[in-house]
Design a protein around this ligand. Sequence first.
Ligand code: HEC
Length: 140
Amino acid sequence: MKRLILIGMLLAGNVLAEDTRQLATLPPAAQESLREEMLDNLIQLNEILGLMAAGKVKEAGVLAESSLGVASMGRHRAKPVDARPGPHMPPAMHGIGMDGHKAVSEFARVAASGDRDKAMALLPNLTSACVGCHAAYRTR
Ligand code: HEC
């Protein structure tokens, strides 16, 4: 039995090592812009969670909207097309990103009311798209 479990774990490890996510081929400059945006996403997310934990619900909403919500879209617009991640993504991948911004804005709208319970209930809106996209796509 123990051996079977071990074999199962090794097989699972192999499947993971294979990385079955779809490859999205982005030009190097776009990949660099995306990575910068991603690193910033995680910092902002951490700030928003900190504000929520401190009961600063309205502040969390304001930061969520400006950093991850619909208001944050188009930050690469002024760059040459080679450095813009969006246009090089498969449409479904781009769609996950846009839906993610909209989901954050939904959280932000509720947080703006200051209702902590309602905002808490929408907290997963902040990370669902992160997880969805990372689980389905890779760029290298
Ligand atoms: C539409 C797809 C998509 C969404 C949505 C998305 N990511 Fe990413 N993320 C990527 C891809 C692709 C990479 C790999 C970039 C690379 O290295 O080329 C990545 C990489 C990262 C990295 C690693 C950066 C590094 O190289 O150190 C972090 C951290 C990250 N994402 C955080 C987040 C967070 C937090 C969210 C949600 C708020 C998020 N991402 C939403 C696609 C996405």
